[in-house]
Design a protein around this ligand. Sequence first.
Ligand code: NAD
Length: 340
Amino acid sequence: MNLIEYTFSGRKVRYFLDTSFSRLKDVVSTQNMVIITDENVHRFHPELADFQLIVIPAGEQYKTQATVDTIIAQLIALEAVRKTVLVGIGGGVITDITGFTASIYMRGLSFGFVPTTILSQVDASIGGKNGIDRGLYKNMVGVIRQPDFILFDPSLLQSLPHDQWVNGFAEIIKHACIKDIGLFELLEQHRLEDFMHDSSLLTDMIKRNVVIKSNVVAADEFESGDRKLLNFGHTIGHAIENLYQLPHGHAVSIGMAWACSLSEKLNGFDTQGHERVKRLLQQYLLPTTFLLDTEKVFEVLKMDKKRVGASINFVLLNNIGEAVVKPILLSQLDTLIAET
Ligand code: NAD
């Protein structure tokens, strides 16, 4: 297995890259393991039947405390104890909810992830943010706690519907915009289909993104500095995701296009760069515009976790590959949303 290790706040996380799901049994003993997955992943992967399993309904609308409660009831029924290891096998909803449940059940179990969407392989499984939504407010309740391991099996992506491939590339483009102009240029040279059909191109892409996110988190696990940059596109993105029931990647894509306009207005980001980002998002079939209700969006934004007093911290671009955090007054934001 291709093993790399990252240390976050003194805690080691093992990444098994470009490996096979069948190796999970070598990482955790089957006896101690309880797998949490969703109905879609369960349907596509009958091999999961060999394990102690908790299956929850699929979708963001189930990333809630009510679902956590049903998982806890099933853990008790399975007689899960402190040495039980929870393994979340699925997309970002499953990894977020598994990490959260593992962090609170019996004051904390060990856990690991087998991410099965592009988005969860390049982003959601990495970095230790685990949580649930509360009504319209995304990830309102949660913890930062690292998994013991993440096992990456690119072949699990074969059953992924096309729209979920599109969804995942929003976070890849985000990484390129904030940290890696070379990655941006590579993406410009390709189409989504290239990555769907060329496994070595895909494996390299996943690894490159895993490294980008892990390096940012390793340098600033508790988001006092550079980790904030990973929120590029997410402030507006999160506000509209649950409000309009948009796929996460679509919401983030619209948020990034919006943040580019704002970067042009407030941060001297050049028009050409703005156009390039929009073109790349569209090249990967992502939306860049959305007709939104300014007042409703503003109401959700006011409760954003990045709010500090009368301002919200926004991630803006200086250049492609170089981002910066700027506080924007709520009073100013109201007008800016209406204008953009
Ligand atoms: P998701 O977990 O809802 O998965 C998307 C869909 O794909 C679901 O219907 C799922 O059942 C299905 N699916 C998953 N794997 C499959 C497979 N291999 N084959 C077929 N179908 C499959 O969503 P997502 O896009 O993976 O993740 C979005 C979530 O991730 C959001 O809740 C977001 O807040 C969270 N997130 C968290 C972080 C973090 O740092 N913790 C970062 C980014 C996103």
